[in-house]
Write a protein that binds this ligand. Structure first.
Ligand SMILES: *Cc1c(COP(=O)(O)O)cnc(C)c1O
Length: 371
């Protein structure tokens, strides 16, 4: 095989693939001077809410802000505890921490997502909420999580930053609980040209509290109802996102096709554990934000692929969040601990061709054959 260079994420491709249309949108926004809270933002919010079938979508500065403002709007405060999976981006736990509460870490299931059966043993009289993280574009087993929440009277706030369009039993990630957080970081399935995020909710009070908090506590008439933040989604980014959302389902289908191809080409490799392929369960519709495998001799495989031009990533440096010593967690979730030594993300984005995937998988098979 001729040597290829396949970066883990191809950022320029995000722009290059539709350059003319993006330039037109930018010119239009800039000529109108429509930079902050203009119609492009409200149109995108309406279209996002419609896509997910929710009452409200509120554009925010980033996904972390969406999680944090969800905590504030849910009334999470000092002394409270919130259940968070240990295998997630640190932002999930940071949002809990900055609301004044304590993140309590839970374990991973075989599909790498929050394990519902690990929740009850972590619940204390201080527990107020569960923060399921729909990691890698797959929705958590929400019926089991909702049952625990109902039984113990806990709120659900979803980290759906990696899961726009993902469904469990026909319902979209981010729409099961009081509020859901999305990120439009450029590497996310719906990425913008910088930072962006949104909170979605069916709760009118949560929506109006978050709308006020994102703009210094101000309402439409300028009256201040609370101390707020400067946490708006740029109107310019909203215009780009609105354009990309129109074609989002095509991107999702392409991602699923790549997930299917990876599965076909790697399923006989005994030293890898693969994500469930698309269509393997009627309960799940995954959007394949990431293709996260468990790999024997992960570090050597990563280097072998790098030597052959293929960029891969160890999720968050190969660490579950209980492994960040400075944060002083006492929990040590067993599965997350064991799996963290094997987690590897293979490239999966819409700029990749089928030939690229064959190239990557060919080298993975060679690596294991030659050892
Ligand atoms: C990306 C991400 C976030 C945070 O999103 P930002 O927009 O970068 O703030 C939070 N949680 C998870 C799981 C993410 O992947």
């Amino acid at each position: 095989m001729d040597k290829r260079t396949i970066p883990y994420v191809n950022y320029p491709a995000l722009f290059n693939q539709n350059e003319a249309e993006f330039l037109e949108v930018m010119r239009d926004v800039c000529r109108r001077g429509a930079f902050i809270m203009q119609r492009d933002l409200s149109e995108f919010e309406a279209n996002l809410a419609k896509y997910l079938g929710v009452k409200h979508a509120v554009g925010l500065a980033d996904g972390t802000m969406a999680l944090f403002l969800a905590m504030k709007a849910a009334g999470i405060k000092q002394g409270d505890e919130v259940l968070v999976p240990s295998h997630t981006f640190i932002a999930s736990a940071a949002a809990v921490h900055h609301a004044g509460a304590t993140p309590v870490l839970t374990d991973s299931a075989a599909d790498h997502l929050m394990e519902p059966s690990d929740l009850e043993s972590k619940i204390t009289p201080r527990t107020r909420a569960i923060l399921p993280v729909h990691l890698n574009g797959r929705t958590c087993r929400m019926d089991a999580i909702l049952e625990v929440a109902r039984k113990h009277n806990l709120k659900i706030i979803e980290d759906a930053c990696q899961a726009l369009g993902s469904q469990y039993k026909g319902q979209f990630a981010g729409t099961f609980g009081l509020a859901g957080a999305f990120s439009f970081y450029p590497a996310k399935t719906l990425g913008c040209f910088g930072d962006g995020g949104a909170l979605v909710t069916n709760d009118d009070e949560v929506a109006s509290a978050v709308m006020a908090m994102r703009d210094h506590g101000r309402g439409p008439n300028g009256n201040v109802s609370c101390y707020g933040f400067s946490a708006r989604l740029d109107n310019f980014q909203a215009a780009i996102l609105d354009l990309r959302l129109k074609r989002y389902q095509l991107d999702v289908e392409r991602r699923r096709a790549i997930g299917r191809l990876y599965n076909e080409l790697l399923k006989d490799e005994a030293r890898l554990v693969l994500p469930p392929p698309p269509d393997s369960s009627p309960d799940h519709f995954d959007v394949f934000q990431n293709y996260e495998v468990e790999a024997d001799r992960r570090d050597e495989l990563k280097k072998y692929l790098a030597d052959n031009g293929v960029g891969t990533i160890m999720p968050w440096g190969g660490k579950a969040i209980h492994q960040f010593e400075a944060l002083q967690f006492s929990e040590k979730p067993e599965n997350a601990e064991r799996m963290s030594k094997k987690w590897l993300l293979l490239p999966l984005n819409v700029s990749l061709s089928d030939d690229d995937i064959h190239y990557i998988c060919g080298h993975i098979r060679d690596f294991y054959k030659n050892q």
